[in-house]
Design a protein around this ligand. Structure first.
Ligand code: ZN
Length: 301
């Protein structure tokens, strides 16, 4: 096992040199990456890091917002959302996007408690070890030093988010046994006071927004007490890219000003500073301002 990235290829053979810093994000559906990590992904891509996204399902059971697209469902919606994901990644400058196990391997499980959860093709019914092996193949190829995913509750309890967490954490173990140890694993977080302040602002701004009601702090995935936050990524410079990526997921998200809504039409803050909890290591500083802080990747960041 080695902690150091392999030397970059010399440039012959057509393989691009491996970037020194490599970030892997594991998400459940197209749109989750832009909502949770859009600014982070844009920042690291702009800085020359390799950013790899693995999305577990096509989100084909998502509810569609625009009336003109509501005819889409099932495989047709999945295909459409794949196009939205590609457009979002162009906005973020991210080139490496994969569907876990290949496109269409795992179906969207729908919201918790629906009959869709029992679909044998759904991610919720998938064998975690099988799915984790598919992710491990990606890890062994990409060799990321940093992985980002959800907490054990999937941020807010959606079966696919819970399962994405399990698969990601299992794959971290499997990859370590196979020779690549991911140095830092982060869960997506929002500090409670930040969420509360943002919702206070939202209630003031709501009359001018195209949304009728405000969501609540409890509706935001990953909210925890502030002291659990280890890492704060200031994405101010990439706020426009994040908003554009979220807009690209037009079947799922409506963006207005510093806010957005999902199909429930409840307004939420659009965070351009993104927050993380480092879960398997000691933070290099508190808070860290860089996911790669403390790692010797052979590159000054
Ligand atoms: Zn999702």
């Amino acid at each position: 096992m080695t902690d150091l990235p392999s030397p970059a290829p010399a440039g012959h053979g057509g393989t691009p040199p491996r970037a020194a810093r490599r970030l892997l994000l594991v998400h459940a559906h197209p749109d989750d990456e832009s909502i949770n990590n859009g600014a982070t992904m844009a920042k690291y891509a702009a800085e020359g890091a390799q950013v790899t996204l693995v999305t577990c399902t096509l989100g084909e059971r998502g509810e569609v917002i625009p009336p003109e697209l509501r005819h889409l469902s099932g495989a047709g919606l999945g295909e459409h959302r794949l196009g939205e994901l590609a457009a979002a990644m162009r906005e973020l400058g991210v080139a490496d996007v994969r569907l876990l196990g290949g496109t269409g391997r795992y179906a969207d499980s729908g919201m918790m408690g629906l009959a869709d959860n029992d679909d044998p093709a759904s991610l919720w019914q998938a064998d975690v070890d099988d799915a984790a092996r598919a992710l491990t193949d990606v890890i062994l190829e990409v060799r990321p030093q940093v992985l980002v995913t959800y907490d054990p509750h999937g941020g807010y309890g959606h079966p696919d988010h819970i399962q994405a967490h399990r698969i990601a954490m299992r794959a971290v173990d499997l990859a370590a046994r196979a020779g690549w140890r991911i140095r830092k694993v982060y869960w997506n977080r929002v500090p409670r006071t930040v969420a509360e302040e943002a919702f206070a602002r939202l209630r003031v701004d709501l009359p001018a927004l195209p949304f009728t009601e405000s969501a609540a702090v409890e509706d935001v995935p990953g909210v925890v007490d502030d002291e659990r936050i280890t890492t704060v990524i200031d994405g101010t410079a990439h706020a426009a890219a994040k908003a554009a990526a979220m807009r690209a997921h037009a079947t799922q998200i409506e963006v207005a000003d510093r806010y957005f809504a999902l199909s429930n039409d409840l307004a939420q803050p659009l965070f351009t500073t993104e927050y993380y909890e480092l879960v398997d290591a000691t933070p290099a500083a508190r808070p860290e301002s860089d996911l790669f802080a403390g790692l010797d990747t052979g590159e000054t960041a």
